[in-house]
Design a protein around this ligand. Structure first.
Ligand code: SIN
Length: 277
């Protein structure tokens, strides 16, 4: 097995592991890599839909997305599509997947199907490191507080992401839940800064002005480049991220003459998580 680190903060590209091997030992090996690096990538993975589903099921029951329908024959798989004409793409700002749910996603298995010749990288930021390096004054103010996460932050995808229409469930209801701002990772016991730019709306117990000021500082901190890694996709790459301890950002750098004029297609499977505590 070979492990190539993507940055000093998180992320690793792994080779020499067979993702089709569904033994307990193989799952343990992959999960240990995931807990250590928080997001891991495997290039040149010629796995079928069923094999991607079987891989994901190692982590537990699979999740249905509130807003997006899965593939007809494989409802567990949500196909993320950016058409040739689109400059936008799903997931294009810092977020934790579905943090507005009472039990947000544990982990995601994303397989690249079609990748533009340039553009469309994905960035990840390490929220364990973000907590460790956060300003002490801010830490004191937020450490026992909760924040409201709302799915209304996601509403724009319905209008902006044409490639995703047809995948929509046409349910625009708001989902909203409170979560601790600092959660404890259920497997590693580490503290994690658990807010994100897309879905976190307000710190409970602070007035809106103070809450906005603190959240703004936290969001800037989370986006510090030394907390991040950036992955340049090739087709048939499988990524697995720990949605409890990273935030991520799919870069929509599709400008005329560059990534524009090309499709970007990803197959996403999400695994059910726990209620953050
Ligand atoms: C997502 O935000 O879930 C999608 C990430 C990507 O397409 O790179």
């Amino acid at each position: 097995m070979e492990v190539k680190l993507l940055s000093g903060a998180l992320g690793a590209e792994i080779s020499g592991i067979d993702l089709k091997d569904s033994s307990k030992e193989n799952y343990k090996k992959i999960n240990n890599l995931l807990l250590e690096h928080k997001v891991i990538f495997f290039r040149n993975q010629d796995i079928t839909h069923n094999e991607q589903i079987a891989l994901a099921q190692n982590w537990g029951p699979l999740e249905n997305h509130a807003y997006v329908k899965g593939l007809n024959n494989h409802p567990e798989i949500v196909r993320i599509v950016k058409t040739k004409e689109e400059k936008n793409q799903w997931g294009e700002n810092w977020h934790t997947d579905v943090s507005y749910n009472i039990k947000p996603t544990k982990a995601v298995i994303l397989k690249s199907i079609k990748i533009p010749p340039v553009g469309g990288d994905t960035c990840f930021s390490n929220m364990e490191l973000a907590w460790e390096t956060l300003d002490e004054e801010i830490k004191k103010k937020i450490k026992d507080k909760k924040a409201i996460h709302s799915s209304l932050g996601a509403e724009f995808f319905i209008d902006n992401y044409k490639g995703m229409s047809g995948h929509e469930k046409r349910n625009y209801d708001e989902y909203s839940n409170e979560h601790p701002i600092v959660r404890t990772h259920p497997e590693t016991g580490k503290k994690i800064l658990y807010v994100n730019w897309t879905y976190t709306k307000q710190i409970i117990g602070l007035d809106k002005i103070e809450s906005d000021e603190i959240l703004k500082k936290i969001f800037e901190h989370q986006a510090r480049l030394d907390l991040t890694c950036r992955f340049n996709w090739t087709e048939n790459t499988v990524a697995i991220w720990d949605n409890r301890s990273v935030i991520h950002y799919a870069i929509a750098d599709f400008y005329p003459g560059r990534g524009l004029g090309h499709e970007r297609i990803m197959d996403r499977i999400a695994i059910e998580g726990d209620q953050p505590h």
